[in-house]
Design a protein around this ligand. Structure first.
Ligand code: SAH
Length: 339
């Protein structure tokens, strides 16, 4: 861990070198083409009370919604028709929006209609048996951030769970044989630089297929809302973190996450040149976006769902990067582990 601290503190020429190295490692392991993974926020119901998140159960979100299965299918049809996104990421709060069996049925319908489209699911902690059923139903990948590697900080911010439980879910996902993505927020109030270094190393320990990380953004409608980002005085840290993440996890898919655009104009374009290799545009129907505000300033609330693909292509072209062709990743599944 001590090795990472100087990198996380780099400035001046050292910082320029760090970014150049991260970009070179990304190029060597992932190539120039950028896989596009479209996010569909299909329900904002949530049973949890995470202290930083705008969807927490206690919050008076203007409208709680769940898209109907037909509406989800129509949205996925539109995503597939763009030919730009090789993956749909179905994200929601935790139950009680959709039951586990309803999600299974949904996965089967999507897979039947679009066998070449990879499906990532991101709906929180579940028992291993549920993950296994979802895999059978067609889920290819799962995204479950561990949020922070500090168990005490985790417990303080998540009244409904422990870090140990979250990490067990990640092991369970591995065991049932789906590609596993995780990650953390950068700059949670109460984190220190060694926490950040350990977050990066925990990603390596889990040998993650995908690592999604972005700056923590205070949400005034949450109990944590008055606490600034731990690096509010040094926002360059958000980029250093991604660059170091790339050096430590050279082959992982690292998306340029939405939160980067919320803290810096063009933040996602920058981070794609400092270690990130995946773009995850929002393909949620426009009328619902305002109700999926994890944090304030989430970009593109007025963008039409039909525009996301053209905009993604244009943004990538502007930084000289092509979109990865077709279904961008092998859908070959790792075999389930023996127990
Ligand atoms: N219910 C799913 C998805 C959660 S929302 C699950 O439990 O995994 C997706 C991610 O948004 C979270 O994992 C968290 O890292 C991030 N997030 C939530 N609130 C945020 C905030 N205020 N600032 C930055 N990121 C936030």
């Amino acid at each position: 861990m001590a090795d990472l601290l100087p990198l996380l503190l780099a400035s001046g020429e050292e910082l320029t070198r760090l970014y150049a190295r991260a970009d070179a490692v990304r190029r060597e392991y992932c190539g120039e083409a950028v896989p596009v993974r479209a996010i569909l926020e299909f329900s904002n119901y949530c049973a949890n009370e995470c202290l930083y998140c705008g969807l927490r159960a206690e919050n008076a979100v203007p409208t709680r919604y769940r898209m109907s299965a037909d509406d989800i299918l129509a949205a996925v049809d539109q995503i597939a028709a763009t030919g730009v996104a090789g993956t749909v990421v179905l994200q929601a709060g935790e139950t009680p929006g959709y039951s586990d069996d309803e999600i299974s049925a949904l996965l089967r319908r999507i897979k039947a209609a679009h066998p070449a489209l990879a499906i990532t699911l991101s709906v929180g902690n579940r028992p291993r048996a549920v993950y296994a059923r979802w895999r059978e139903a067609g889920m290819d990948r799962y995204l479950l951030r561990f949020e922070t590697s500090d168990p005490e900080l985790y417990a303080r911010l998540h009244p409904n769970g422990s870090l140990a439980e979250r990490l067990q879910c990640l092991r369970d996902l591995r065991a049932v044989g789906v590609q596993t993505g995780s990650g953390f927020m950068i700059g949670l109030p109460g984190e220190t630089l060694p926490t950040l270094a350990r977050n990066i190393l925990l990603c390596r320990e889990f040998d993650l297929d995908m690592i999604g990380s972005g700056p923590y953004i205070p949400n005034p409608d949450t109990p944590l809302g008055a606490k600034p980002n731990a690096y509010a005085d040094d926002p360059e840290m958000f980029f250093r973190a991604i660059a170091v993440l790339r050096l430590v996890n050279p082959a992982a898919h690292i998306p340029a996450t939405t939160a980067f655009d919320a803290v810096f104009p063009g933040g996602r374009d920058l981070v794609l040149q400092r270690g990130a290799n995946v773009f995850m545009p929002n393909a949620t129907p426009t009328s619902l976006r305002r109700d999926y505000q994890l944090y304030p300033g989430k970009p593109n609330v007025d963008e039409s769902a039909a525009q996301f693909a053209d905009r993604a292509v244009a943004r990538l072209r502007a930084i000289g990067r092509p979109v990865a062709a077709g279904p961008s990743h092998s859908l070959k599944r790792p075999p389930p582990e023996q127990e």
